[in-house]
Design a protein around this ligand. Sequence first.
Ligand SMILES: [Mn+2]
Length: 372
Amino acid sequence: MIRFLHSSDLHLGKPFGRFPEDVRVRLRQARAGALTRLGGLAHDHGAAHILLAGDTFDQMTPAPAVIRQAMNAMAAADHVQWVVMPGNHDHANATELWSQVVQDAPANVTVLLTPTPHPLGDAAVLLPAPPAERHPGRDLTDWFDGAATGDALRIGLAHGSVTDFDSSEDGGSSVIPVDRARRAGLAYLGLGDWHGQLCLGAETWYSGAPEADSFRHTAPPGALLVDLAAPGAPAAVTPLPTGTVAWRRALLDLAETDDAAAAHNRALPPLAERAYSLFDLVVTGRTPALARVALEQAAQQVAPDFLWHRADFTDLSLAHDTADLDAIDRQGALRAAAEALAREAADPALPPETRAVAEAALAQLFAYALES
Ligand SMILES: [Mn+2]
């Protein structure tokens, strides 16, 4: 009866301020490109509509180019009807934003700023719950239960957290009941706000963002292809991957006897994926000093393979033995300094910060010794 794509949380124009400029540009381009990829998927899978469940725009006042280029990308996918609903970042009372969107919007884009039923094709009616402020603090899907839609299939679209499940990326309150679809007789409830893909019941889904924007969600980002074949038949929901930049965090928790270099090698993504990967290596546990230096050098060595690379050794402690210290020197001033640092790093009577400083200084000594 109807087949559509559900996506949300594109956060177009998101600045990604903690990354260097070249990475930021790449991340913003990936998000802008998501619209074209969604249009392509709708075409390939014969979906007539694309529903965006909020936070299409990252801010209430995006740059004019962000709005215009989004509308141009939607216009280019003219085989599909786009339905754009506000979220909390781009809520319905962001009047400057939405008047610009409405002004720039091509004929195949519908903006739903009010909680009013909207026909979707011949057989379905869309019930939108657009937030009108950043934290509405109440359940905007309440009215779905009593909405009159005749014989049409009922599809809900909402943005926010679900009761007993804090999905808000901003720490807002939990409000949408998890059984809203059943209560309101919805064939499907498309949700936005949570940036990872999540199924809360056969007909209730968070699509997640089409591009990752943190290391938090491990499932590949995608859109949902939704098929409602007949009244009363369960929704057939198929995740379709859409991400082009991979966010990978690797946690290496080392024991003293582990082969740190081998563990590092295993944690690395395949070479072919690195140029579009953000790689965040976090090393914890305990390792001999020489293994730590080798690990730091191995991390530095692969760093240029990646779009972005970070290696965090702050919570890795050193295991010392005399044989290790020999690598610095067998005697003399350097050896004496190394021994003093090793003693401090291992002294339980000292405050943790002092021990950490001694450990870092010792690691530096090892690094110099191994370089020269
Ligand atoms: Mn969002």
